[in-house]
Design a protein. Sequence first.
Length: 246
Amino acid sequence: MLSWLKTHPFAVEAFFDSSLVLTFAAPAAEIQALLPAPLVPDTFQNEWGFLAMALVQTRHLRPQGWPAFLGQDFCLVGYRAFVRYVTPAGKRLRGLYILRSETDRKRMELLGNLFTHYRYATTDITLADNASGLTATSRQSDFRIQVTPTSAGVALPAGSPFASWAEARRFAGPLPFTFSVEAAARRVVIIEGVRQHWQPEPVAIEQAHVGFLSQLPLSSLVLANAFLVRDVAYHWKKGRAEQWNP
């Protein structure tokens, strides 16, 4: 019964006041070691794989069709890998694999862990979003992100493997699918996200310390891009599960 509940058994909707995504490049082979079969890293130039930290200010998260006042308002931090998956029918899907999720609401942790495999934990999150830019910090989770006010002509982060923002946009999210793997059952859970008016803007990052990612067994971790989007209606379809063979 518990396994069934964790397959995202009903559609969910929410409104994102803001979604900031920082994508980091690391050696693809090292990211592969973080992933369960049958997922593989989504790579760039056959060398780089990518991990992302997403910081989302969410309102009215609820089962689709429920009135908004019954929804949850919370801040979410998600740590994800960009991955690919080939279905038993041979269809190639591109999406995300969740390494860890954090929220500032205990109720969201409990519900998130009941209905998904996203590894929720409650933490302290302080978010300041004003004319001076956006700052997100957590003492418990050891991160500090500082974004300068949006302006024209933002340069890519120093050391980014991308040559342009257009190239970087492929690894900014959101991607169509999120995958979970139930290894013992040889089952992949696939959740499709649908959004409206998703127009991310490149932003300059003044500071980006992400404790969780820096502790992973990676020989290098380079900030590759950063995008911010505001005021987006989003929903996730009911999850579907399929068997896979090693």
